[in-house]
Design a protein around this ligand. Structure first.
Ligand code: SF4
Ligand code: SF4
Ligand code: SF4
Length: 242
């Protein structure tokens, strides 16, 4: 038995274990930087706001996404919604999501895809649309914009931008890039629903609303639900440790 402790260890090249030891119980949130497709589903759903791009987290790092281990409660929700399978939660060495086991999270029905260039397996969690309007006349600029989509859903014919709707995971990455660096390109990503099966728990309802981009729901996630979820996870961990 040991005192609670947290640390980050690089367990292989570009793969990091965020480790939380509590009594005889070890939780690990594993992050594979190479697999991360910068979709930010993790940042949207985290109840503690402790995962995101280094820029959004206000730190300097070469990692695509950064976890503030001091705030992390090892709930695993980020891994549940990770489009690139870059995050995994393990409890005592086993892949495990306590919030699924206690019925707080449903069974998702994602569409399995592969990144066109690399063949890496990814998942499309949400159904929605991505519309692009462009008045950009420089082919080089359009080509650079198309490269913002790391899953290969964008292509161009000269200055015409084409969205492969079957490949698009509706992640907002190209929309954010357009808003920041491409004034003549306008992107509108909308998310409609998250296919799933199971009971609609209060935790899942708030996560769904946050992923679908409803601001009120995000505020709600950061309020009483966050406290409730923290208590729920710590309770579950305590039960597991017995
Ligand atoms: S395990 Fe939970 S608290 Fe930690 S980063 Fe993921 S969603 Fe946030
Ligand atoms: S959800 Fe996964 S793939 Fe997407 S940004 Fe987060 S860690 Fe990267
Ligand atoms: S086209 Fe845009 S919204 Fe669709 S997957 Fe690529 S970056 Fe994400």
């Amino acid at each position: 038995m040991s005192l609670p402790s947290k640390k980050i260890i690089e367990i292989q090249d570009n793969v990091y274990s965020h480790e939380f030891k509590m009594l005889n119980h070890v939780s690990e949130l594993i992050f594979n930087n190479d697999k991360c497709i910068e979709c930010d589903f993790c940042a949207k759903v985290c109840p503690k706001e402790c995962i995101g791009s280094p820029e959004d987290m206000g730190i300097e790092s070469d990692l695509k996404r950064y976890v503030d281990i001091d705030k992390c409660i090892f709930c695993g929700i980020c891994s549940f919604t990770c489009s690139g399978f870059a995050l995994n939660l393990r409890i005592n060495g086993e892949p495990k999501l306590l919030l699924i086991e206690n019925g707080s999270l449903p069974e998702l029905k994602p569409k399995e895809l592969k990144i066109k260039e690399t063949g890496q397996k990814i998942q499309k969690l949400v159904e929605g649309t991505t519309k692009i309007e462009s008045t950009e006349k420089k082919v080089k600029t359009v080509e650079n914009f198309v490269k913002e989509c790391v899953v290969g859903a964008l292509s161009n014919k000269e200055t015409e931008i084409i969205v492969d709707k079957d490949q698009c995971i509706n992640c907002y990455k190209c929309q954010k890039a357009a808003e920041k660096n491409y004034p003549k390109i306008n992107v509108d990503v909308t998310r409609a629903r998250i296919p799933n099966e199971g009971e609609v728990s209060s935790v899942w309802k708030r996560i769904t609303e946050a992923l679908l981009g409803l601001p009120a729901a995000i505020t709600d996630l950061q309020g009483p639900t966050k406290k409730k979820m923290t208590e729920q996870v710590l309770n579950l961990l305590g039960k597991q440790a017995k």
